[in-house]
Design a protein around this ligand. Sequence first.
Ligand code: PLP
Length: 393
Amino acid sequence: MVAYDFDEQIDRIGTACFKYDGRGHVFQNPDVLPLWVADMDFATPSFIIERIRKRCQHPVLGYTFRDDEYHAAIRWWYAQRHGWSIDTGWIDFCPGVVSGLNHAIRAYTQPGDAIIIQPPVYHPFFSTVENNGRKLVLNPLRNNGEGYYTMDLQHLETLAQQGAKMLIISSPHNPVGRVWTRDELLALGGICQRYGLIVVSDEIHSDLVFAGHKHIPMASLSDDLAQRTITFASASKTFNIAGLSSGFAIIPNKELRLRYQRELEASGAGMGNLFGIEAVKAAFSPQGEAWLGELLRYLAGNIDFVERFVAERLPQLRFRRPGGTYLLWLDFGSLGITDKQLNELLQQSAGVGFNAGSGFGVEGHCFQRINVACPQSTVREALERVAAALEVR
Ligand SMILES: Cc1ncc(COP(=O)(O)O)c(C=O)c1O
C-alpha cells in the first residue's frame, strides 16, 4: 500500500522558494521548469510537520538547546541505517553542512594550507576552501567514458606526499552519484593515514542510496579513520527540510571536536534552530524509515523512467544511473556545442532549468545535473521539452 502521494503536484510558487521563486536570478528565463537546486518538490512528511505544529502550540519560541532526545534520535538512526554505533558525545551542530565545512577548514588548517577536493563536485567545495584563503588542490575523478567514475588514488597519493593537510569528500558523491565502496574508502583512508591528512566527509546524501549499494560512513571503517575524520550530515536532503538550517557533525576525536567547537563559538553559530531540532527528532524514527523506503522506491522509478527515455528518445545523451542521490549527471558532449550554447538551448529553447555541469568544475563541461526528486510527470515534461528542442535544432 502506498501511504504517501509522491505524484502530487504542489505549487511552491510564492513561498520564497529558491527553486521556483529564485529562477529569475539564476536563469535567463524565469519560467523554466526547475529541476536544479537539491531540494524535493514532495511534501515534507506529515509527521515532521505535525511535530513542528505541536511545538507551535506553546506560545514561547525562545532560546533552545539540543537535548537528549535529539542526540538519541541521531544515534538510533546511525545504528539502524548505517550500522555505525556512535557516542552521543561525538555529535555537534552545524547550521548547514556548508557552514560546517567552513568551520572545519578554519579549525584544522591554516591560511595557505593545501586542501584536496575531487571534481566534478558540489560547487561550495571550491568556494569554502578559497574563501578561507586555503590552497585548492584538485584530484579529478576519472570517468571511464561511460559515466562510471572512480577516484584517482595514485594522483591523490602524490598530492598527499606534497603536503596537503585535508581532503574533503562527497560520500555519496554529488553530482556523479557514486556510492563509494568499502574498498575504495579503505584505500583512500590508507593514503590519508600514511600522510596525516584530516578527512572531511560530507555525507549529506547518505540516506539516499538505492538497492544494490550501501553507504559506509568513512569514520566507521577503522579506529584510525574515526580519529581523523569529521563527518557532516543532516536530515535536510532525506526529509526535505533544507529550509530549517540544521545539520550536524560527528567527531569522535576529542581534540578535533574541541577545535571544531571553538570555531563554532567564535562565529556564534552554535545555538541551532528550534524547529530544526524538533524535525530531526521526528525524522530519525521508525516512521521516518518507513517514509524513506517509499521515497527511495519512487525515486528509483523516476530514474528508471529517465533511463528508458534517454535510451529511446535521447540517444545522443550519455547517462549512467546513480547508486545514490536524486541528482542525475547527463552528458551532452556528443552535441558538439559549447556550454553557453547548451545552456541557451536548454533554458531558452527547451524551457528547462538544470544545473550547468561546468559549475562543478571543468570536468563538468557539457554535462547537466538534473534533480528528479519531483513527480514523474515533471520529469517527463522536462525530458519531452529537451527532446523537442533537440529535434528542431
Ligand atoms: C554534497 C552536498 N553538501 C552540502 C549540501 C548543502 O548542505 P546545507 O544546505 O546543509 O549547507 C548539498 C546540497 O545540495 C550537497 O549536495
